[in-house]
Write a protein that binds this ligand. Structure first.
Ligand code: ADP
Ligand code: MG
Length: 448
């Protein structure tokens, strides 16, 4: 958002979406939208009427939010689609919802056109997940890895890979049908069915397909009834030998509030992780992006970007897309100066979120105590250990001095801070549960 104002951001988002959609789709649903307002992190977009707004939300909402986050370099932006109620009567002629078009089955969500295997750079960080994805989309019907469960942090290519399977099935498959769904959409559909007391729409999502591709399964957490309903659909498909592919931001056993039987089913097939890419893979991804955008960027600048952004591929592509947009808007070519400014603002967005306060709140939340208790004087183990965790995370993730960290925690001295850091280092080696929780907090804080 630092680079563009919100209405500029929305028009860039539309340009990007246009590349991903068929022309008529874009014209019918998105062309006449406009940026209206921003409420904190929620951007309000207006459509011709509420019918169009609702349709856009359910079919393109996830894709548009991903594009917005990529272009703005932030991961906390959400979109709200609004429109006045549609007028009844013959005068409203809405475009009919596409029945085929982009995918082989009616309820599939939209696929981004460049999320193909051709556009996916394989490196040591994602080799297994890539091989698994390729295998399931090649040997249709054999279902050696069923389900294929791909997990990894934000922006590391899970959606890209699962959509690549869909693209491959569509372009060179043997006619197998698939459905690509975001878990949010599945949960939303389930809730609608509950309200209408009619579950046929939910069941239909899983019928008549050879492949179920379901993205971001972690959204099932806490949705007990949807889990139950999904469990039955999962079993049915599995028994019929249909291929299931799931993605998640965590491995199955780290998903919270999911019944054990569902978690164990997720582990039946192949569980493959995606890690952040190493330097060489990051550079290769950048080169691919630059080639796609037909940009002229020097090796030195690419090297600088690849060395600066390490954790998240979406940030890499975000930087390239923003540089491309700036270069088009200003007519200037992309040079080191421009790249440095962009990287600074991208990394600035992360470091602004990493304050002692935000870290303390995240720790307090995971350990289910209050931030005030964390900062206070009590020495009960149930509070002391989380406090030491907060101290060592602040040391690791910010540039605060030992002395400043000490004073943040009710005026403790710097040796207490040092002791805490050492204590946590030791504990992490002997206490896997604590280690897992610390990783969870870090993931929450650092992923953007
Ligand atoms: P996730 O679903 O894991 O959050 P995405 O699949 O949306 O992440 O990927 C984020 C961005 O990074 C996308 O633009 C995607 O094309 C790109 N990307 C991720 N991994 C790769 C890769 N190995 N090669 C090329 N592009 C990648
Ligand atoms: Mg994704």
């Amino acid at each position: 958002m630092d680079t563009f104002d919100p209405s500029e951001l929305w028009s860039l988002c539309l340009q990007e979406a246009e590349k991903n959609l068929e022309r008529t789709e874009f014209e019918s649903w998105l062309r006449n939208s406009s940026y209206e307002d921003i409420n904190g992190t929620r951007m309000v977009i207006r459509f011709r009427n509420s019918f169009v707004a609702g349709h856009v939300k359910s079919r393109f909402g996830t894709m548009l939010e991903e594009i917005i986050c990529e272009l703005s370099g932030r991961n906390d932006l959400a979109l709200q689609f609004v429109g006045d109620p549609a007028k009844p009567g013959p005068s409203t002629s809405e475009p009919a919802a596409p029945s085929t078009g982009n995918s082989s089955s009616p309820d599939s969500m939209y696929l981004r056109s460049n999320y193909t295997f051709d556009h996916f750079v394989v490196g040591p960080n994602n080799q297994l997940a890539h091989a698994g994805a390729l295998a399931v989309s090649s040997d249709a019907g054999t279902t050696t890895y069923n389900p294929l469960f791909i997990y990894g942090g934000v922006g590391l290519g899970k959606t890209h890979l699962i959509q690549a399977i869909a693209h491959k099935l569509r372009s060179e498959g043997d006619g197998s049908s698939f459905r690509y769904l975001s878990t949010e959409y599945v949960v939303g559909t389930f809730i609608k069915c509950v309200l209408q007391k009619d579950y046929s729409k939910f069941r239909k999502l899983f019928q008549g397909i050879d492949y179920l591709l379901m993205d971001d399964i972690q959204f099932l957490e806490g949705k007990v009834e949807t889990q139950e309903a999904f469990f039955h659909r999962f079993n049915e498909l599995h028994q019929q030998g249909k291929q299931i592919v799931l993605t998640s931001d965590r491995p199955p056993h780290e998903l919270k509030d999911l019944p054990e039987r569902l978690i164990s089913r997720f582990q039946w097939g192949l569980v493959a992780d995606i890690k952040p890419p190493e330097y060489e893979t990051r550079l290769a991804i950048l080169m691919l992006l630059v080639r796609d955008e037909e940009l002229d960027v020097s090796q030195e600048v690419l090297d600088f970007i690849a060395s600066s952004i390490r954790k998240n591929v979406r940030q890499l592509s975000g930087v390239i897309h923003r540089l491309a947009a700036i270069s088009r808007l200003t007519g200037c070519s992309i040079d080191m100066n421009m790249a440095q400014k962009e990287i600074k603002s991208t990394l600035g967005t992360i470091s602004r979120r990493l304050t002692p306060g935000s870290i303390t709140s995240a720790v307090a939340e995971v350990f289910e105590i209050s931030p005030a208790q964390l900062k206070g004087k009590q020495r009960k183990r149930s509070i002391l250990v989380p406090r030491q965790v907060a101290i060592s995370l602040i040391r690791e993730l910010t540039s605060m001095s030992l002395k400043d960290i000490g004073s943040f925690f009710s005026g403790r001295d710097h040796s207490t801070v040092l002791n805490s850091i050492e204590r946590i280092q030791e504990l992490r080696e002997t206490d896997p549960e604590l280690d897992r929780r610390i990783e969870e907090i870090k993931r929450k804080l650092v992923s953007i």
